[in-house]
Design a binder for this molecule. Structure first.
Ligand SMILES: [Mn+2]
Length: 463
């Protein structure tokens, strides 16, 4: 938790951006896994954390835009709780830690909201993504749970996105802390990646490292020899010499800030020549992104420039042909990279995705491009100092996609199908780092960079 002033300033800035009414920010509750008392690890709502800082279940925060009154709703523990959980600070004491003077029992929230509804005051709330909060909103506001998301306040969404997009220095420290844990995870994976080892064993070790440095992984670890499946959560294979292991994993630190890194490494510790060729193309894409990313340029432009580097490299290898600008404009490169270059990162690994991608990654100026591949770009808008984004190009050979496009004779002006057919057993490569947009350009986040060049990767694997 930061000091109270940080949260007071954030709430004051939010109040300034919203015209009138009440701002309601719901925290999360415990979520049962298989019976009520056996819950998933608690994860607080990120916007609640950002404005109200309290990392415990069962809270809600209200800001009265006109009067400036701020209230935290939550219940004090009873004797039963104390017996099982130990003594806990009161809600009033906790509210004071984040600069909120007033607290009330949670049941009083209904009264306040019903008064607001009766007096026709606007109640701004964010799009709910948990079913219990959808049901709570139905009870509070009288809007059916199944449709309540449609009534979320766009004004509040835009205000929250504007504030949370630009990371303060106190947040960069936390994100770098999460990056340092990510370094430990990925270098451990490099040391453990040996023929005969099960993927699940390494994935499990990574989960443990993330937990030991802070909180948990920032998302379910992707770790597979089948790197061509973009989000592969199947860890059932035994590592085999000659294949590559793709690991896309990050940590969430104790204050719930995230990191997200990807490395692709050769099982057995040596890349073969075909792997080296593709790897170095992806690495040059990755380097180009950080070279291009700076305040004033859009990430959509950076994405498209990187796609041209990819297409040029594949042309030199004989996998693509024709004019590179035309190939990328037509979307032919998306056979090899059917995803976007990156996303915002912060308190969520895909920061603020619950608020709506089109408001987080796009704006009136930069609109999503509705073309296969580029349509998956989560972050496209103009970069500002203080944005934290991922730089994660990749190159994949997805047999089913190759077969489909080949059969449909897609982009035959740009794709060399005879050569591509020979890569169906290749798998996929993705390389990902987290970057901060600085006044001059961008920089990597984290104390140490995870080995990334072929030489660095082979060195650590053969130590
Ligand atoms: Mn990512």
């Amino acid at each position: 938790m930061f000091n109270a002033e940080i949260y007071q300033n954030r709430r004051a800035a939010l109040r300034n951006k919203v015209g009138d009414g009440l701002i309601l920010i719901l925290g999360n509750k415990e979520a049962p896994a298989n019976y009520p008392d056996n819950t998933y690890k608690f994860r607080q709502d990120s916007s609640f954390l950002y404005f109200f800082g309290l990392n415990q279940p069962g809270f809600a925060g209200v800001i009265d835009v006109e009067s400036g009154q701020e209230i935290i709703f939550g219940n004090d523990v009873d004797m039963d709780d104390i017996i099982w959980m130990g003594p806990q600070p009161t809600v009033r004491e906790q509210a004071a830690l984040v600069g909120v003077k007033e607290s009330r029992p949670f049941s009083k929230l209904t009264e306040l909201m019903q008064q607001a509804v009766a007096s026709k005051r606007k109640v701004h709330f964010l799009p709910p993504y948990r079913y219990d909060n959808m049901m709570l909103l139905e009870e509070l506001l009288g809007i059916r749970a199944s449709i309540v998301k449609q009534y979320a306040s766009l004004e509040l969404v835009k205000a929250v996105v504007a504030l949370r997009s630009v990371k303060g220095p106190e947040e960069i420290i936390e994100i770098e802390d999460a990056c340092n844990a990510g370094y430990e995870m990925h270098t451990a994976a490099m040391r453990l990646c040996k023929p005969g080892v099960k993927e699940q064993y390494i994935a499990g070790v990574l989960d443990g490292i993330a937990a030991s440095y802070g909180s948990m992984t920032s998302f379910a670890t992707i770790l597979s020899q089948n790197g061509e499946t973009l989000h592969n959560h199947d860890h059932s294979q035994i590592l085999t010499t000659g294949r590559m292991m793709l690991t896309d994993a990050g940590a969430e630190n104790i204050n719930n800030y995230c990191s997200d890194f990807t490395r692709t490494i050769p099982v057995g510790g040596k890349f073969d020549n075909r792997q080296k060729d593709i790897y170095n193309i992806v690495l040059s894409c990755h380097d180009k992104a950080i070279e291009f990313a700076r305040p004033g340029t859009t990430y959509q432009q950076v994405h498209l420039s990187v796609c041209k580097v990819l297409a040029q490299g594949l042309k030199e290898l004989g996998l693509m042909k024709g004019n590179i600008d035309d190939a990328v404009a037509a979307g032919a490169h998306a056979m090899f990279m059917p995803h976007g270059l990156g996303h915002m990162m912060g308190l969520d690994v895909h920061d603020m995705e619950d608020l709506g991608q089109v408001y987080v990654g796009y704006d009136e100026e930069t609109r999503p491009i509705n073309q296969f591949g580029t349509s998956s770009l989560r972050m496209g808008r103009r970069l500002q100092e203080g944005f934290v984004i991922t730089d994660e190009p990749g190159c994949y050979f997805i047999p089913a996609l190759i077969d489909k496009w080949h059969a449909e004779k897609m982009h035959t002006d740009f794709l060399c199908y005879d050569a591509i057919e020979k890569y169906k057993d290749f798998g996929g490569i993705r390389l990902e780092d987290d970057i901060l947009i600085t006044p001059e350009g961008s920089r990597f986040l984290g104390k140490k960079r995870i080995p990334i060049t072929i030489e660095e990767v082979e060195n650590i694997m053969n130590e």
